[in-house]
Write a protein that binds this ligand. Structure first.
Ligand SMILES: [Zn+2]
Length: 312
């Protein structure tokens, strides 16, 4: 009997040691600040509620974030209160990045027009971040459209580098902007059952996308790399982020700064893949390295969610 207990004890010690050997890191990035509003109501009231939830969740999980701002969203009712939403991020120690002024599609703009969007998009943000200098400036292209011709792509890369910006990649994307539309509508209709179903499907897809990134990155780099999650400042993340970060932790993740993730040699890989859509950097790097890998396992939202999103 004593021997059985000892064996059980040894088994528990051995398996917990094994669990601890999986150590993974991830940086969280949040786009479209201060807030993505779907439906009616006061932008500031709803934005404040979402901001508080997202920030307290990041704090709870010790997850530093870089958050990307579209400064044209500050124009509207209560400009000062909207800027205050950004101030909350800064006072929690998060870094604000540039996501252009008005979130245009680079495919439809000239290089000069896009450069104008970048310079116009950093005015308030740089002011708010002044006390934190020096810090790494980060830029993320809207829809991660990095240039539909090689000339445009390289011209903007040069422009950004000259202004001190690093382009922010992402390796895990979960179509949160799609889930968020029917989710916000369900909340407004007080359809709790649908809201719950959407949150569950969203979290499941996030974990499948994460498992895919963990599987494909060794095929590109020979080992698993630190990940960069891309999400948006919206309602579904306000209500799901706590459980999402908990599920990442259960997979062995700890959350680190974007600077730390970008220091990994994998992130020094040049992205030479020219395209007119916005694939993940894992795909871009695989193409840049001349690899032809199977990305069909990178999950898309289920059909019932797409139907709701498309208004069926
Ligand atoms: Zn965006």
């Amino acid at each position: 009997m004593k021997q059985t207990l000892l064996i059980i004890l040894l088994f528990i010690i051995a398996s917990s040691a094994r669990a601890q050997t999986v150590t993974r890191t991830m940086a969280v990035t949040v786009d479209d600040l201060p807030y993505v509003m779907i439906g009616d109501g006061s932008y500031v009231t709803r934005g404040r509620a979402a901001t508080m939830k997202i920030l307290s969740t990041l704090k709870k999980h010790k997850a530093p974030a870089v958050a990307f701002v579209n400064e044209d969203k500050l124009n509207g009712d209560g400009r000062d209160a909207r800027i205050d939403l950004l101030r909350q991020w800064v006072s929690q120690g998060e870094i604000l990045g540039n996501h252009t002024f008005s979130h245009p599609d680079f495919n439809r703009l000239t290089v000069a027009q896009f450069e104008d969007e970048i310079t116009k998009g950093e005015l308030v943000t740089r002011q708010l971040m002044r006390a934190h200098q020096p810090y790494q400036l980060y830029f993320r292209h809207p829809m991660t459209h990095t240039g539909d011709t090689r000339e445009k792509k390289e011209a903007i890369e040069k422009f950004l580098a000259a202004r001190g910006y690093k382009i922010t990649p992402h390796t895990i994307e979960n179509s949160d902007f799609i889930f968020n539309v029917p989710y916000a509508q369900a909340l407004q209709r007080r359809d709790d059952a649908l809201a719950q179903r959407l949150r569950d499907a969203y979290l499941d897809l996030t974990m499948s996308a994460t498992a895919f990134a963990e599987k494909i990155s060794p095929e590109i780099f020979g080992h698993e790399i630190p990940q960069i999650l891309l999400i948006h400042a919206n309602d579904i993340n306000a209500d799901s982020l706590d459980e999402m970060l908990g599920r990442f932790e259960a997979r062995g993740y700890t959350f680190v700064t974007l600077d730390q993730v970008m220091a990994d040699p994998a992130y020094a890989t040049t992205d030479t893949y020219v395209n007119n859509y916005g694939p993940t950097w894992l795909f871009r790097w695989s193409k840049s390295k001349g690899l032809s890998l199977d990305f069909s396992g990178d999950p898309d939202p289920p059909k019932w969610v797409m139907d709701l999103y498309n208004g069926h």
